[in-house]
Design a protein around this ligand. Structure first.
Ligand code: SAH
Length: 259
């Protein structure tokens, strides 16, 4: 990196997206940042995905729920001159650490945080990886929603689901169903079923680009909520989303770009 010389002394924080799993889907810029890091910080599962690391690289693994604390810790480390890399799965800007890092910087605990050389490196997000496997379900206008109401009220989620149905957008649903809140996905599906045709195509991508990867193409009518968990990204087609049968018994799914 060309800006390294004068910037190195003031430390850096690079927020990176690892992609969905397979290192082949990780950008070279992210690999470069990981190689150059003195400190790697993130949720334990993603640290494992990002490694292995050299013995001199310090690894700070933490619990998934402490996002803001983790962001503050990263700034504190970088402010001492470290080259810190913060890891997220997929893209760091999609329901992940980049927003927490910005939030920490918005309320800095130490003016030195503003001296840190901050950058965000994108990654392939789960919806893109699942979409590519299926064909092109996100080929036209789509929206992305997280179903987790840990951080926002459920009423707002329902409103967004209703509006995306009204607008006939393709929907990519993240954090669809956790053990702690199994009923919400059922409620979301019931809401969509009330507003979209039963034959609407649904794609379930589970552990995409990871061992045990599963891609399921079904319909809104046949969708079984028990097939869905937190390792799944759900794509609900629009009224225009179609399937093409393949000679191998499988199918492609796509949303045409003009109609
Ligand atoms: N920043 C991540 C998303 C974090 S939210 C990204 O851009 O992909 C976590 C949710 O992402 C999961 O509940 C799941 O819905 C989805 N997800 C992440 N990785 C996935 C994968 N490899 N396969 C399927 N879904 C995945």
């Amino acid at each position: 990196m060309s800006a390294d010389m004068p910037a190195a002394s003031r430390g850096s924080l690079t927020v990176v997206g690892l992609g969905p799993g397979d290192p082949a889907l990780r950008t070279p810029a992210v690999t470069e940042a990981l190689d150059a890091a003195t400190d790697i910080i993130g949720y334990r599962t993603y640290i494992d995905l990002a490694g292995p690391f050299a013995p001199e690289q310090r690894v700070h693994a933490s619990d998934n729920r402490m996002e803001l604390d983790r962001a503050r810790h990263a700034f504190d480390l970088a402010a001492t001159g470290a080259r810190v890399v913060m890891v997220s799965s997929g893209d760091p800007g999609v329901f992940a650490m980049a927003a927490a890092v910005m939030e920490a910087l918005d309320h800095p605990e130490d003016p030195a945080w503003h001296q840190v050389q901050l950058s965000v490196l994108p990654g392939v997000t789960a919806a893109q990886a699942a979409s590519a496997l299926a064909g092109a379900p996100l080929g036209h206008d789509f929206c992305v929603l997280s179903l987790s109401d840990n951080l926002k009220p459920w009423a707002e989620i329902e409103l967004r689901l209703a509006l995306m149905c009204e607008a006939d957008l393709v929907l990519a649903l993240y954090n669809p169903r956790s053990k702690a809140r199994p009923e919400q996905f059922r409620r979301a599906v019931a809401l969509i079923r009330g507003r979209r045709a039963p034959e609407t195509i649904v794609v379930l991508g589970r552990d995409i680009a990871r061992p045990g990867e599963q891609l399921t193409v079904t319909t809104l009518a046949d969708l079984d909520p028990d097939q869905v968990d937190m390792r799944t990204v759900v794509i609900v087609g629009s009224s225009r989303t179609k399937r093409i049968e393949r000679p191998d018994g499988g199918c492609w799914v796509y949303t045409p770009r003009h109609y």
